[in-house]
Design a protein around this ligand. Sequence first.
Ligand code: NIG
Ligand code: FE
Length: 418
Amino acid sequence: MQSGSGAPSADGIWHSLRLLSHPGAEALDVLDDGVIVVQDGSVAWTGLGSDLPSRYAALPRHDGGGALATPGLVDCHTHLVYGGQRANEFAMRLAGASYEEVARAGGGIVSTVRATRDASEDELFASSARRLQTLLAEGVCAIEVKSGYGLALEHERKQLRVARRLADAFGVTVKTTFLGAHALPPEYTGRSAEYIRMVCEIMLPALAREGLVDAVDVFCEKIAFSLDETEQVFRAAQALGLPVKLHAEQLSDMDGAALAARYGALSCDHIEHLSAKGIEAMRQAGTVAVLLPGAFYTLRDTQVPPISALRQAGVPMAVSTDHNPGTSPALSLLLMVNMACTLFRLTVPEAVAGVTQHAARALGLQHSHGAIIVGQAANFVLWNLQDPAELAYWFGQRPARTIVRQGKIRIIDSTEAS
Ligand code: NIG
Ligand code: FE
């Protein structure tokens, strides 16, 4: 995999594609004889080969050989930057401990906080870069990265700086989310109100000023922060003009989704225990429901998110890895697509839209990512697949043949690359 600026330009006519340019949740409509014209790294034109305007005729040609082509994938919820790993907790849970019990026993998020604080920025960069490369090799072209394992200004800054560095080093769109209200750091035990005040008055304004924050998230849960504390953080975000999102109703119904919707949240994520009231609030606000089957699976959860009610209400559903060392050590977005279908009963078009158009919307990127859009940087994938349903069907495969990310060719299978 080539990173950053060394990769070759994708400029030219990409022809003989079976083109799925706008994956919709209703159906995956493929255009045979599809063409994408890339100029100066951006999509200049897309449509049927027979309609290709003659002004492009002199551009170099890339023969797609009949490959299925889709927009680059978007992983809209990750905790990619952290120190250490938590395989020991996997064993504890296998022996019967719950996520809450592990957290209360001093494991959980706080143990990753220790490892993240101990790591230097360069160490965090190196470990995160390896994980990012795995996701990119599958066709991810945009990714969200949350902080939340530093829980102190200098360490939250370190995480977010690494996220920005990854974007530059790998030529990938990275949206950063400040998750200072992820867990109560040990030095604030019994002083939750004080910690939240510090998050709102010191950490968030400082990091926003440094240009490190694209959105603000909170873990609203009995083992994390209350509804009232969540609202304080949302108010601070609003005052800075930053959009919000929420880890909502994962373990219990906290009424967090309705609150987040009142603040115009981009997304509510997890939502296994989401109520009818929460769904209605999300519908009205246009908030995306982000489904995280990797965490559901790892925690051996049994409470499935209310998929049919979300579908009926017309709430857009996205699917993401929730990559994190505790509840979802997943580095395959396509496996999440498969799990969203198998575990949550999404249809194949819903699951594919969930990692393209709807995932882009969960990051506020719907005008530039998740579809092949004229005027925007070229982000698309040519697959070694016949039928778009295969994106959901296989697991453990790496079916990406050629990846065009930010207008550059990132070759996966060099025997197939043009
Ligand atoms: O999205 N729910 C809270 N945050 C993460 C878990 C983080 C951890 O356990 O380290 C999640 O599942
Ligand atoms: Fe998460």
